[in-house]
Each structure stands twice: as C-alpha cells, then as structure tokens.
Ligand binder design. Structure first.
Ligand code: HEM
Length: 159
C-alpha cells in the first residue's frame, strides 16, 4: 500500500467526518425549533413544522447518513491497512489512542442512531423531548469529536 493512496483516503476520511459533524450539530437545533412550535396558532404552526421536518429529513438522508457511512468505510479501510499493509497486526486497534478514538466514534454513532430515532418520534408526535433538552445536548457530538481528533493527532500512550 503506497503512502500516497493512504494519505488521499485519510483526507477523504476527514472530509466525510466534517460533513457528519456539521449535520449532527445542526439537526438538534431543527428539533428544538420544531418542538417549540407546539401550542402556536394555526396555520403558522403546521407550515413551520412542515418546512422544518422537510429540512430535518433531507439533512439526515442526504448529508448525515451518507457522511457517516463514508467516514466508517474510509476509517475501517485505514485500520485494515495499518493491520495488514503496514504490518502492525490487529494490536493496532488496541493501542490506547486508537482504542480511545474508537470508543468515542462508537458513542458518536449511537448518538446518530438516537437522533434518527427521534426524527421518527417527533414526526409521529410521540417524542417527549423539550426544546431545552435539544439545546443542552447539542454539544455532545462536538465533545466526542474533541476526543476523537486529539486521540489521532496526539497518539498518546500509557506511561
Ligand atoms: C467512523 C469511524 C472511524 C474510524 C474507523 C476511524 C479510523 C481512523 C483511522 C484508522 C485513522 C488513521 C490514523 C493514522 O494513520 O494515524 C483515522 C484518521 C483520522 N480520523 Fe478517524 N475514524 C473514524 C471516525 C472519525 C471521527 C468521528 C473523527 C472526528 C470527529 C475522526 C477524525 C480523524 C482525523 C482528524 C484523522 C487524521 C489524523 C492524522 O492525520 O493524524 N475520525 N481515523
């Protein structure tokens, strides 16, 4: 495996991650605006929620889901190259910095799944989350991104 190809894939991975994060940071804000329409006068409420739900669906289906898929594909490909191409073996994923990054990324993917589930519940009128909840949890992906990025840039070890 040439380093040139690896570096191109690393760049594509970072681009996919940027789109994934941007979408995950914006979607909860659309949820907050949506749930805060409850109790507002018609027909404004229906019109606003119709538009917000269209944006939510498009953001999830066109940006967030494909970006997450691409980030995982490029990321797993790089793990395979480290393990086999660079001869580091599967011990690579157990290196403290890589294991930390993978834990952050799995939690991030879980948050993505939660947001996708909430989209269905908000549209079905069964979500119990408030606008305050969405504003307070909005920064969760960014905190996880700090862990994921610093793990790979610092490559810290134990002791
Ligand atoms: C989706 C699952 C993911 C997997 C399997 C994965 C895996 C990897 C691997 C194996 C590398 C190469 C590390 C190296 O060669 O030094 C890498 C690079 C990188 N990853 Fe991920 N990653 C994932 C998601 C993320 C996320 C969510 C972020 C940020 C929020 C992120 C940020 C980065 C950055 C900035 C680099 C480049 C580091 C450098 O150039 O040294 N990754 N990733």
């Amino acid at each position: 495996m040439s380093y040139e190809v690896f570096n191109v894939v690393r760049g594509l991975h970072i681009l996919a991650v940027i789109a994934w994060m941007a979408g995950m940071l914006f979607l909860p804000r659309l949820y907050a605006y949506d749930v805060e329409q409850t109790g507002k006068a018609e027909p404004l409420r229906s019109e606003m929620q119709g538009l917000l739900r269209l944006w939510q669906r498009r953001l999830l289906k066109i940006i967030i889901n494909p970006a997450m898929t691409a980030a995982w594909i490029f990321g797993v490909w790089m793990i395979l190259v480290h393990a086999h191409g660079f001869g580091q073996g599967w011990g690579f994923i157990l290196l403290p910095w890589m294991a930390t990054k993978l834990i952050a990324v799995v939690i991030l993917s879980g948050w993505h799944g939660f947001l996708a589930g909430e989209l269905k519940r908000i549209h079905a009128g069964t979500s119990t989350r408030s606008g305050r909840f969405w504003r307070m949890t909005n920064e969760i992906p960014f905190l996880l991104a700090i862990v994921a990025v610093l793990s790979v840039t610092v490559e810290w070890t134990l002791g």
